[in-house]
Structures are given as C-alpha cells and as structure tokens.
Write a protein that binds this ligand. Structure first.
Ligand SMILES: [Zn+2]
Length: 441
C-alpha cells in the first residue's frame, strides 16, 4: 500500500505534462447544457503574460505602452491569437485585432477585448483579464465545435492606461493634444513608428459602427464592493460620467507675522473649507456619487506668506449626468458663499467632462441571463473607473463584467483576483456571446 502511494507520488512528480493535460481539458458542456471555458488554460495564459514586464524586486508589472515589455507581450499575444485560428492585424493606432469570420457574411463583429499595457508597478490582472478571457472564448468555441454567425474579434487596445488611446482612435477622437503629448518619452507618432506603423495613417484606425455588432469587456472591479458582498461577478450598468475642474481661489498675499487675522484675504483658509465641502456635499447626496480633491498648490508657497492664490482640482463622478450636475451646482453655490465670507474670489475652470457610457440593455440582459443560468453570485453595479468600453460604447452596444479585486487594490503589485472568479466570468461571457450571436441581426 505504502509502495503504491509512493509510486503514484513518483508518477505525479515525474510527469508534469500528463498532469497539465489532465488539468487543462478544453472547454466543455455541463449536464445542464451550459458551456464552460477551460479555467486551467485561461489561468496559464494569465500566468504567462504576467511574466512579461514583471519587476522581480516588487512583483509589480512594468509593461507601460510602447515599452520593450509591451512589445514582447504584443508579439506573444499575436502568436496566441494566430494559433487560435484568428486572422491577426494591427490597425494604424496599434490596436491588435484577431478576427474569426462568422458563418454569415455582412454581419458586424461581436468584439471582445481590453488592454495589455499596465501602469508602472501595476498589477497582473488589470486589462490582461479582459484580453485573455476573450482569447479563451475563441479557443472554447473551437473546442465546442461552434462557429458563430457573427464574426468574433479579440482586441487588445493600445495604451489604455495613457488615456484610452487605442479605443479613442476607433472613434477618430484623438486630439492635437493627444498627438503632442509624450508616451514614455516619445511623441505618439514616434511611438507608433516604434510599432512599425505609419503615424500619417492614424485616422484610418477609425471604425464604422456597422462593423461592430456589440462590444464586451471583462475587467477587474478595482473597488471592493463585490468582495464585501461575497459576489463573483459584477454586471456593469454603465461607466460613470466624470467631471474634472480646477478651482482657483484668489486672495491677497501678505506678511504672515504682521497681518492681523481680521485683515486677511486668505485663499488657503477658504480653499481648506471648500475641500471639506466637497466631501460633505458628496456624502450628503450619497448613492454612487464620489468626489475627490487630488491636487492642491499655493502661490507663492512660502511658510511665512499668506498665499495670493490657491489652486485645487475636483474630480467628481456619478452614473447619472443629472446627479452630477446637481452636485456641481451645489458645490458652486457653497464655494461662492465661502468666498464671500472669506473675502476671496473663486474661479472654476473645466478640465474635462466625460459623458456616462451606459451598458446596452440587450447586452446587459444577455449577461444577466447567462450569469443567472450558472448561478454565480452577482449584482448590477456602475463602473467608477474609465475603460476602453466607454469609447467603444459610442460605436456599438456595450456590456461589461467585473470580477472582484481582492482588498479592492489595483494599479499596484498587490493587485489580485481569484482565478475561479475569472473562470466564472469566462463562462458568462461565452454564454452571453452565444445568446447575442443568436439574437442580434
Ligand atoms: Zn484596465
């Protein structure tokens, strides 16, 4: 008996390939008829990609767009897409597109994607989960012998972390400012040349809405709502509207020692009250509304001088444009009152106003039916972070799935998500693709 155990142990230890094959068995159908992706294969792709651009000192990912590591990851992904039977191309914005033709011609594609670039010292899951789940869907369709009516496209968008560069190129929305900005020390044109592309053709990356039937993206939540509620899947109802303002408070510079308190026009004291007011007001309104003051600077900025001017930013987000507008109006009124009380002036400047991107009801419905069929615990929720999906939503019906971020941590080497949750999202995405393939014209 003991010898048999020892023999078995020896067998397990000496034949890792056999063990691997047993674990990775391809996509399959459950007794209830529901399709399942291959969790081991998906995990193995995630682990492989996580080795490209990993900082051995911190365990963090340094795979910023256009870097050496990004180039290596792009090559690895392209060969994986080709091996899965997709026709691979790189569009003029550097987006990697793997395409499987459908059985019927003239149909828009069901597009599945995300990004593989990371922030410096980012995590292994942000973006990678979406792209590699998409690849797993195509592999699973192959295993199950299913050829959809619609073409399927697996897309990895260029430089998501640098401001949705690739997905905005699909809209033709890259501005002069985008082109004049630096990407890892180079202008966009140079960065694109580094990918072997002709920057003069950048505008040709634009896509016609008729080319897309729908867009679906799996992403890590980057918050801790799902974890706190013990859920595996978030059905994204939409990506929040986001406003960013710069507030300038103008006072009167003066000597910190000789100016009596009653005689001051102190923009710092006023700004401090305003910053507090942002949190107060946002908490009072509640719901999904979030507001942040992330930057503040004083001029001249000397310890012994009452500042002449203080500038700070307000980042405020909500799924509803109406709620957001109400909150901003409330803040403007409060800031104006504080300015009068403090004897200073307040000036608002809009830095950006990004409209909300609601999920398409038909796509959300398919995702809801799919997640319910498997019985994976889930909830509907907004996305507080921006994603490529918010760009593509302007071209095609959009839907997104979130998987829990352990501890709510992202953009950090500590970012983590359980593989079983990613596999659950893979199943839901696979089934939703099949539902949409049957339903969409
Ligand atoms: Zn991301």
């Amino acid at each position: 008996m003991r010898m048999m155990v020892a023999l078995l142990l020896l067998l397990t230890l000496t034949s890792p390939t056999t063990a691997q094959q047993v674990r990775s068995r391809g996509a399959w159908r459950g007794p209830d008829g529901l399709p399942h992706i291959d969790p081991a294969r998906l995990e193995s792709s995630l682990v492989t990609l996580a080795a490209i651009g990993r900082d051995p000192a911190t365990g963090g990912m340094v795979r910023t767009a256009f870097s050496e590591a990004d180039l290596e990851a792009r090559h690895w992904l392209m060969s994986g897409l080709a091996a899965a039977g997709l026709t691979v191309r790189v569009d003029p914005a550097g987006n990697i597109i793997g395409r499987l033709e459908g059985t019927e011609s003239g149909k828009g594609a069901l597009v599945l994607g995300s990004h593989i670039d990371t922030v410096p010292q980012g995590g292994r899951f942000d973006g990678a989960v979406g792209v590699l789940t998409a690849l797993e869907i195509v592999r699973s369709l192959g295993d199950l012998g299913i050829r959809p009516r619609h073409p399927i496209e697996v897309v990895s968008f260029t430089d998501e972390e640098g401001g949705l560069v690739g997905s905005r190129a699909w809209l033709g929305a890259l501005t002069e400012a985008d082109r004049a900005r630096e990407y890892g020390g180079r202008l966009l044109a140079e960065a694109l040349r580094g990918l072997g592309l002709d920057p003069a053709r950048l505008d040709e990356a634009r896509r016609n809405p008729s080319e897309l039937a729908a867009y679906l993206e799996v992403h890590i939540e980057q918050g801790r709502l799902l974890e706190r509620e013990g859920l595996q899947i978030g059905l994204v109802e939409g990506i929040v509207a986001l406003d960013e303002y710069e507030i300038t408070v103008l006072g009167q510079a003066n000597h910190a020692g000789t100016t009596r308190m009653a005689d001051r026009h102190d923009p710092m004291a006023a700004a401090a009250r305003m910053v507090g007011e942002v949190r107060e007001q946002v908490r009072r309104i509640g719901g999904d509304l979030v507001g942040t003051v992330g930057r503040i600077e004083a001029r001249p900025g000397a310890p012994n001088v009452i500042p002449a001017e203080v500038r700070f930013t307000v980042d405020i987000r909500d799924p509803s444009r109406l709620v957001l507008d109400g909150a901003i109006q409330g803040l403007q009124e409060r800031f104006a009152r504080i300015a009068v009380e403090e004897g200073v002036e307040v000036v608002w400047r809009t830095l950006q106003r990004i409209p909300p991107a609601p999920a398409d009801p038909r796509v959300l419905q398919a995702l809801t039916e799919a997640v319910t069929a498997y019985g994976y615990p889930h909830r509907v929720m907004p996305s507080g972070a921006g994603h490529d999906a918010q760009s593509v939503a302007q071209l095609a019906p959009m839907g997104m799935l979130f998987v829990p971020s352990i501890g709510g941590v992202s953009h950090s080497p500590a970012e983590a998500t359980r593989y079983e949750d990613i596999a659950a999202a893979g199943d839901v995405l696979l089934q939703a693709v099949l539902l949409l393939d049957g339903r969409f014209p």
